[in-house]
Design a protein around this ligand. Structure first.
Ligand SMILES: O=C(O)[C@H](O)[C@@H](O)[C@H](O)[C@H](O)COP(=O)(O)O
Length: 244
């Protein structure tokens, strides 16, 4: 295991292997879930699209309890849902018609309400699903949280130096100026919400992520470095990103 990678890192040959490993984690999480509803927090960006396509494809679609699975979003851009920048659009396209996904089980961020009201509404959606106003460390909100890593070390829409990093109460907040292309406002889950997970996976692929990984390993206080998980954090990294 290369020494410059986060603890718990698994290095896979390529992006497809990363997607497959993540799919296997989801199958395992579902098999372990004792409760009826299984909550998954989806990552946006481009990396996880292959995973979502895989889940809806012939190799995995019949291995998942779609009637029990509920899908949430770690963040989204405040754009129309059919906008190419929308994470909801990306997920819908990736799941396509292969996923027997009940429409009421896709809990997308109401970006049509705008950043602030959308964040408040989504926090309410999460609390209503959870069934309590405050998160209990003994009862995680999510069974699985999926995360990506930006080249600047951001994750979800938690960007370096932004106020959202300091939020400890709200489950979701507005990010008016993400400061990163595409320069649109965003809504993101906060660290407490992301931490409330039985298992969390970072999916990191491509040489462009090497520097962020090295900075994390060097102990820099990047947003992704601050992510914790009640049940355990696994980094799934392809060889291209893992190279020193
Ligand atoms: O909505 C988003 O953009 C994601 O939540 C964001 O945190 C993403 O995971 C990283 O920017 C990595 O993006 P790529 O997978 O496209 O490299």
């Amino acid at each position: 295991m290369p020494s410059h990678l986060p603890p718990g890192a698994q290095v896979l040959p390529d992006a497809d292997a990363v997607a497959r490993a993540a799919a296997d984690h989801l199958v395992a999480v579902c098999a372990d879930a004792a409760q009826e509803r299984i909550a998954v927090c989806l990552s946006g960006g481009s990396t996880p699209k292959r995973l979502y396509e895989l889940l809806a494809g012939p190799e995995y679609v019949d291995r998942l309890p779609w009637d029990r699975l509920h899908w949430f979003f770690g963040d989204d851009r405040v754009v129309p849902w059919d906008d190419p920048l929308s994470n909801v659009r990306m997920v819908r396209e990736a799941f396509g018609h292969g996923a027997p996904l009940p429409e009421t089980h896709l809990h997308f961020i109401p970006s049509d309400l705008g950043p602030e009201r959308g964040a408040e509404a989504y926090a309410r959606t999460l609390r209503d699903f959870y069934g309590a106003a405050r998160l209990d460390p003994a009862r995680p909100l999510f069974d699985l949280v999926l995360l990506g890593l930006g080249e600047d070390g951001h994750t979800a829409s938690l960007f370096p130096g932004k106020p959202a990093l300091a939020e400890t109460g709200a489950l979701a907040v507005a990010v008016p100026e993400a400061g990163l292309a595409p320069f649109v406002p965003r809504i993101t889950l906060t660290f407490p919400a992301l931490a409330s997970a039985r298992r969390s996976l970072f999916l990191v692929t491509g040489a462009g992520k090497r520097e962020a990984l090295a900075r994390i390993h060097a102990g820099e206080d990047l947003p992704a470095s601050r992510v914790t998980s009640l049940g355990g954090l696994v980094w799934l990294i392809d060889a291209a990103a893992a190279e020193a």
